[in-house]
Ligand binder design. Structure first.
Ligand code: GTP
Ligand code: MG
Length: 241
């Protein structure tokens, strides 16, 4: 009889905890809160092409996105397990990209897509967007990993990933002094979360950031690179599982 009472009590406690978590977390379990893979980057870099490939296994003709694409998808772990995740593609237009900030708190990993053929022309906005992501309070607090996909490597003018990395480091270095100065002046609470990116008194290097940051040359048009990409993304996102 005592056993039955204990079982009833345990079941009641479990249901109360479940209901409380639904109210406190807006219907999402803590695990579900951090299962989003966020595809971010400037306009025309190939985010929606990557989204449709990961989601449906095929490429479709795309147009400049006006709203985000979002939906469940699966990645295969190195143990052969299908891991359910949520995929989101945030438009790159500068008036629409602010939405990234809503997704970072539920993000497990960022796929930051760069058009490798236009890096020199676009280095400033690319560096600014990446800087904003890396200094966002959610990215800092949970050291969200960032995979930088140097896309369009099927094209002759594509810059090598190593060159993109050093060009970005130089640009973030310039940006860092002006951005941290302007943050100091605002004195608001949001800015208080933002730490100095990298080491003070040292030239900026991605390896100085505690987040896992990797660069990968890729292409969604080249068959071989595209097929390899899913596995490389799975390895990066599910690393440690
Ligand atoms: N050559 C080449 N073209 C690509 C590659 N990936 C995407 N594209 C093309 O680049 C263009 C832009 O791709 P999208 O996926 O729409 O770009 P996006 O990042 O979603 O752009 P926004 O929605 O404006 O933010 C399309 O014409 C794609 O077909 C690639 O690896 N190589
Ligand atoms: Mg798009």
């Amino acid at each position: 009889m005592d056993y039955i009472l204990i079982i009833i009590l345990v079941l009641a406690l479990v249901s109360v905890a479940g209901i409380a978590s639904v109210f406190l977390l807006g219907g999402k379990s803590p695990l579900a809160q951090h299962n989003t893979v966020a595809i971010l980057g400037l306009c025309d870099s190939g985010k929606t092409s990557l989204y449709t490939y990961l989601q449906y296994g095929k490429l479709v003709a795309t147009q400049t996105s006006m709203v985000e694409n979002e939906g469940p998808f699966k990645l295969e772990s190195n143990k052969g397990l299908e891991v359910p995740l949520n995929l989101v593609d945030v438009p790159g237009h500068e008036k629409l990209r602010f939405k990234y900030s809503e997704f970072l708190p539920i993000t497990k990993a960022v796929l930051f897509v760069i058009d490798s053929t236009t890096v020199h022309q676009q280095i400033r906005p690319i560096a600014e967007y990446l800087y904003d992501i890396l200094t966002h309070s959610a990215t800092v607090k949970r050291t969200i990993p960032v995979l930088i996909l140097c896309n369009k490597h099927d094209m002759l003018m594509a810059l090598e990933a190593k060159a993109i990395q050093t060009t970005l480091e130089t640009e973030i270095n310039k940006l860092r002094s002006t951005q941290s100065a302007s943050l100091d002046q605002t004195g608001d609470d949001a800015a208080a979360e933002v730490k100095f990116l990298g080491y003070e008194n040292e030239e900026f290097k991605f390896e100085h950031v505690p987040n896992r940051i990797e660069f990968l040359e890729t292409s969604l048009v080249d068959d071989e690179m595209r097929v390899a990409l899913r596995g490389e993304i799975a390895e990066f996102v599910l690393c440690g599982k």
